[in-house]
Design a protein around this ligand. Structure first.
Ligand code: NAP
Length: 229
């Protein structure tokens, strides 16, 4: 058991839920952040002996209130994210802004709130959930891909900035994972992409990244994609 606290944003979702379970299994007290899925977050928190906590990660005041309630997490997993599947020229400015807000600014807001205590303690681990589309780009998901590419840039740069303070910042880059985010894809689409991974595949990698076993891994982007991309 670690006696440490982990905050997982979007813990109410498919991948976030698996990360919460895995971190709880390895001894973390887990704060399950949610935005709209209160019942799911509360049920999960009850199951793993953690706490469910609401915050819209795009709103700095809500993020600060969340940190005030849970204290100073040793681990932050920036997992909250939204997709946007549309031809780029048909996307509206508000839609584009909202994807960048959740997927990039959300991670930045939470990291900014987590870092002061981590820097004081000279330890801490941040894991950002990016995407293969952030590495390679995807038609019909241009804005999403841009947000996830920016998250990779954020990961690598922040890692350089805070490594001297003993803090690690890494990213996981999942391929297609079986969650409600991909409900729009047919079985044929999924087969054409080489099949789906599971939220547990991503969670296992996150658990490794926050463990001492990966102590010299910093600024890395770890693919979890079955070799399909
Ligand atoms: P999901 O089940 O739809 O979960 C998304 C989560 O993000 C939900 O818990 C949702 O909370 C939360 N969220 C959305 N907006 C938020 C906000 N403003 N503030 C706080 N939380 C917010 O999707 P998923 O597949 O598990 O995705 C999790 C992460 O993995 C995302 O970053 C996604 O981009 C990334 N990813 C997914 C795949 C995939 O194939 N599924 C592949 C690569 C990367 P509520 O439900 O409470 O509103």
């Amino acid at each position: 058991m670690t006696n440490k606290t982990a905050l997982v944003t979007g813990g109410s979702g498919g991948i976030g839920g698996a990360i919460c379970r895995k971190l709880a299994e390895t001894g973390y007290y887990v704060a399950v952040n949610y935005y709209s899925s209160k019942a799911e977050a509360e049920a999960l928190a009850a199951e793993i002996g953690g706490i469910a906590i609401h915050a819209d990660v795009t709103i700095p005041n809500e993020v600060d209130d969340m940190f005030a309630k849970i204290g100073e997490p040793d681990v932050l997993v920036n997992n909250a994210g939204i997709a946007l599947y549309e031809l780029f020229q048909l996307t509206a400015p508000e839609q584009r802004r909202s994807v960048i807000d959740v997927n990039l600014h959300g991670a930045m807001n939470c990291s900014a709130a987590a870092l002061p205590a981590m820097i004081c303690r000279k330890c801490g681990s941040i894991v950002n959930i990016s995407s293969v589309w952030g590495e390679y780009g995807a038609a019909m998901e241009v804005v999403y891909s841009a947000s996830k590419a920016a998250l990779i840039g954020f990961t690598k740069s922040l890692a350089k900035e805070v490594a001297p303070s003993g803090i690690r910042v890494n990213a996981v880059s999942p391929g297609l994972i079986d969650t409600k985010m991909n409900a729009r894809f047919s079985a044929e689409d999924i087969a054409a992409l080489g099949g789906c991974g599971t939220p547990e595949d991503v969670a296992a990698t996150v658990a490794w990244l926050v463990s001492d076993a990966s102590g010299f891994v910093n600024g890395a982007v770890i693919p979890v994609n079955g070799g399909n991309f």
